[in-house]
Design a protein around this ligand. Structure first.
Ligand code: NAP
Length: 322
């Protein structure tokens, strides 16, 4: 038991033991909303809390911040993305916001690689054929997909996860292109990657993988016009945020054969998945499992808790959002 026993922490939904145990060891009172928590329930739990542990499914805005009250010092997001947090509202109230960078980089890059291969090789259709008893035997002309060896890969957003994805596909790739707001000379040197504009990347890539953050600045970065620039055999992978892609335009592009295939882990209004994407051909859909490895989720829980503790014990946050 630590010395901070008067401090309350709101865990909006759940926190894995790797993080929960650290908070409990400080003697903090933990108020947990549970997986099905509602906005109303959060309002009831928030008053008097000094820290809020949130995740990407929980919008953190003025209402909840004000419900917590003036003693609130930190919002520790259990994610690297923070598009669920109203940063301006936190800033106005002097509340520090933190995230969990790095610990989920490998896991998310690996799920992007999985979606790349699954979409390129028509894994969804192939497995359905077999499971539904429609497979009549080896057929030289059936289930032909895109060969990735020698393919041109385009990475949109060469940050931590984009860079790791680029490292993973480098042994396969012919050309490696990336689009970013600023050039990354070390990546160009180490990965033989070329910095190009988004339009050029879309036109030249056989595989386009998105790794830029969510939020207004990247909303519908990929819409009907961008999809039309892609090659008709090209694969689009999105493990970043659903808001980066116009779902309706993507479904239409798949339907019309304007692009070859798509692999998605994230959606515009989760946990809703647009029916048009469910119905679209050549589309592999995962339920937002990018960071879902034991290593990654324990790392995220630990880091979220350590950030909350650092602020509440008067030390600087480990991973502040600037
Ligand atoms: P990061 O290191 O901050 O990388 C993001 C990169 O995006 C930055 O390097 C930034 O580079 C670039 N960028 C920003 N705006 C851009 C734009 N308009 N066009 C092109 N590039 C742009 O973040 P990360 O750790 O790699 O995470 C990336 C995102 O992945 C997170 O924000 C999160 O939403 C998502 N994510 C999803 C899952 C999942 O479960 N599916 C798990 C973890 C993370 P420049 O400033 O140089 O442009």
């Amino acid at each position: 038991m630590g010395e901070e026993s008067n401090i309350s922490v709101l865990i909006c939904r759940v926190l894995l033991p790797a993080g929960r145990d650290l908070l409990e060891a400080q003697g903090f009172e933990l108020r947990e909303g549970g997986l099905d928590v509602t906005a109303e329930r959060l309002q009831e739990l928030a008053p008097g809390c000094a820290a809020i542990v949130a995740d990407p499914t929980v919008p953190i805005g003025p209402d909840l911040l004000d419900a917590a009250g003036e003693g609130l010092r930190v919002v520790a997001n259990f994610a690297v993305g923070y598009d669920n947090v109203d940063l301006a509202a936190c800033r106005e109230r002097g509340v520090v916001v933190t995230n969990t960078p790095g610990v989920l980089t490998n896991a998310t890059a690996e799920i992007a690689l999985s979606l790349t291969v699954a979409a390129a090789r028509r894994a969804r259709e192939a497995e359905a054929l077999l499971r539904e008893g429609r497979w009549t035997g080896w057929d030289p002309g059936a289930m032909l997909g895109l060969e990735l060896s020698g393919a041109t890969f385009g990475v949109v957003g060469l940050g931590r996860i984009g860079r790791r994805y680029a490292e993973l596909v480098r042994p396969l790739a012919g050309e490696l292109l990336y689009a970013a707001r600023s050039a990354k000379p070390d990546a160009e040197r180490e990965l033989d990657a070329n910095h190009v504009g988004l339009d050029e990347l879309l036109g030249r890539s056989d595989v386009v993988s998105l790794h830029a953050p969510g939020g207004e600045a990247t909303r519908h970065l990929i819409g009907a016009g961008e999809l039309a620039r892609m090659q008709s055999h090209a694969v689009l992978v999105n493990t970043a945020r659903g808001t980066l892609v116009d779902s309706g335009a993507l479904a239409t592009a798949l339907e019309k054969g304007e692009i070859g295939a798509a692999g998605l882990d994230v959606y515009e209004n989760e946990p809703g998945v647009p029916q048009e994407l469910m119905d679209a051909p050549r589309c592999v859909l995962y339920p937002h499992i990018g960071s879902a490895t034991h290593t990654s989720r324990d790392g995220m829980a630990t880091l979220a808790a350590r950030n909350a503790i650092a602020v509440l014990t008067g030390n600087g946050p480990l991973n502040p959002i600037s």
